[in-house]
Write a protein that binds this ligand. Structure first.
Ligand SMILES: C[S@@+](CC[C@H](N)C(=O)[O-])C[C@H]1O[C@@H](n2cnc3c(N)ncnc32)[C@H](O)[C@@H]1O
Length: 337
C-alpha cells in the first residue's frame, strides 16, 4: 500500500492536509525512517501530485483493542475488578454483538448486555457464541438479547457484506488481513479464491483493485449470500468476481492457473498441494499451526514446491491467536520460477 515520504518537520502539516483531502489512511500507522516519516495514504492518483515521494511499503495496522477497553470502563460501574478480568474479547458483525460469557460471569450476563448496548448503541442483537461445527465452519449461537435473527449487513474495508451467522462462516477479525492482501495485489491480476464463504476476501480485493477473481464455495447458503453481496457492492467494485458453487477439490483441477491464489482453508482441511498447483506467482495459504510447528509448516510448503517443480520463497506470518500456543497463520508463498 502506498505511503508518502515526508521530511520529519513537515509531517504534522502534511498529515493534516492529507486528512482534509481524505487521502490519509488511518487504518495504518505512520513510521519514522531517519529524518523522514512514511505517512500511510490511500491508493488514489492525487497522491502523486502532492510534491512528495510515493513509496510502496507495508505499514503496521492500528490495533483495534480500543473498543474492548471502552466496554471494560463502562462495566467498571457494575462489575468488580476481579470479575472484569474474566471479560472476553467480543465481536460486532453489522448490528449483532457476539460475546463469550464464561461460567464465572454467568450471573452478570444482563450487565454485559447493558454495557455492550452502551458502547454500541446501534446493536439490535446480542448473541452468545458456541463452537464452529462441520466442514462449513458454521458456529452455534444463542441469542440472549434483542431481535431473533442472525442475519445482518456488515461494513468493512469500504464494502457491505450480507451475512447470516446461522448459515455461513464469517470472521470480522480478518478485516486487517483482507486489507493487507488487497495491498499486495496489483491491477490486472487474475486471482483464485477457493473456500470463499460469503466473499469477504473477494469483495475487499475487487473494491480496491482492477482484477479478475474466480471464487469457489461449497455451502449453498454461503454461495447465495455471496451472489447477493456481488450485487450489493456492484457500484463500488473496480474488479470482477466470478463465483462458482461446488467442491474446491473437484472444481480446481478443471481450472487454469492464476497469478495469485488465496486459500482461507477450513480448519482440518489440507488443500496445500491443490492450491499451490493453481498458483502462478503467489499463494497465500492459511492454516492453524502450533507455535513450535511453524518452521515445520514452512518446510512442508518448500517440499511441496519442490515436488511440483517450483522454486519458492516462503514467509509464514501469525495472523491471530487461535488457542494458547496455536495460531492462525498465513504462508505467503512467492513462486520464483
Ligand atoms: C474458514 S471458512 C472461510 C470463508 C471465507 N473465506 C471467510 O473468510 O469468511 C471456509 C469456507 O470453506 C467452505 N468449504 C468447506 N469445504 C469446502 C470445499 N470442499 N470446497 C469449497 N468450499 C468449502 C466452507 O463452507 C466455508 O465457507
Amino acid at each position: 500500500m502506498p505511503a508518502l515520504r515526508v521530511p520529519k518537520r513537515e509531517a504534522e502539516l502534511a498529515k493534516r492536509k492529507l486528512k482534509k483531502l481524505n487521502l490519509y489512511d488511518g487504518k495504518r500507522r505512520p513510521k519514522r525512517e531517519g529524518e523522514f516519516v512514511l505517512l500511510p495514504v490511500i491508493d488514489d492518483p492525487t497522491i502523486h501530485k502532492l510534491g512528495y515521494e510515493v513509496l510502496e511499503t507495508e505499514l503496521h495496522l492500528r490495533p483495534e483493542r480500543q473498543i474492548y477497553r471502552n466496554l471494560e470502563s463502562v462495566l467498571a460501574e457494575r462489575l468488580t475488578p476481579e470479575e472484569l478480568k474474566y471479560l472476553r474479547r467480543y465481536d460486532v458483525v453489522g448490528d449483532i454483538a457476539i460475546v463469550q460469557i464464561p461460567e464465572v460471569l454467568e450471573h452478570r450476563a444482563d450487565d454485559i448486555v447493558w454495557g455492550l448496548r452502551k458502547v454500541h448503541p446501534f446493536i439490535r442483537v446480542v448473541a452468545r457464541k458456541g463452537f464452529h461445527e462441520g466442514a462449513f465452519r458454521i458456529r452455534e449461537y444463542s441469542i440472549i438479547w434483542g431481535e431473533k435473527r442472525l442475519e445482518t449487513v456488515h461494513r468493512e474495508n469500504g464494502v457491505e457484506i450480507k451475512v447470516d451467522l446461522s448459515k455461513a462462516f464469517f470472521n470480522p477479525r480478518m478485516k486487517g488481513e483482507r486489507y493487507r492482501l488487497a495491498g499486495l495485489v496489483r491491477d490486472g491480476e487474475r486471482i483464485l479464491i477457493p473456500f470463499a464463504g460469503v466473499l469477504p476476501y473477494a469483495l475487499v480485493i475487487a473494491r480496491y483493485k482492477n482484477v479478475k477473481i474466480t471464487a469457489v464455495e461449497l455451502n449453498r447458503e454461503a454461495y447465495e449470500l455471496g451472489l447477493e453481496n456481488i450485487k450489493l457492492n456492484r457500484k463500488r467494485l473496480k474488479g470482477e468476481i466470478e463465483f462458482i458453487h461446488g467442491d474446491a477439490f473437484e472444481i480446481l483441477p478443471e481450472l487454469p492457473t492464476y497469478d495469485r491464489v488465496m486459500s482461507p482453508t477450513p480448519r482440518g482441511v489440507d488443500a496445500l498441494a491443490l492450491t499451490l498447483s493453481k498458483a502462478g506467482r503467489w499463494l497465500h495459504y492459511y492454516n492453524f499451526v502450533g507455535e513450535a510447528d511453524i518452521e515445520e509448516f514452512r518446510e512442508r510448503i518448500i517440499d511441496e514446491c519442490s515436488l511440483q517443480g517450483k522454486e519458492c520463497d516462503v514467509r509464514v506470518k501469525k495472523v491471530s491467536d487461535f488457542k494458547p500456543h496455536v495460531f492462525k497463520v498465513c504462508a505467503d508463498v512467492r513462486i520464483l520460477g
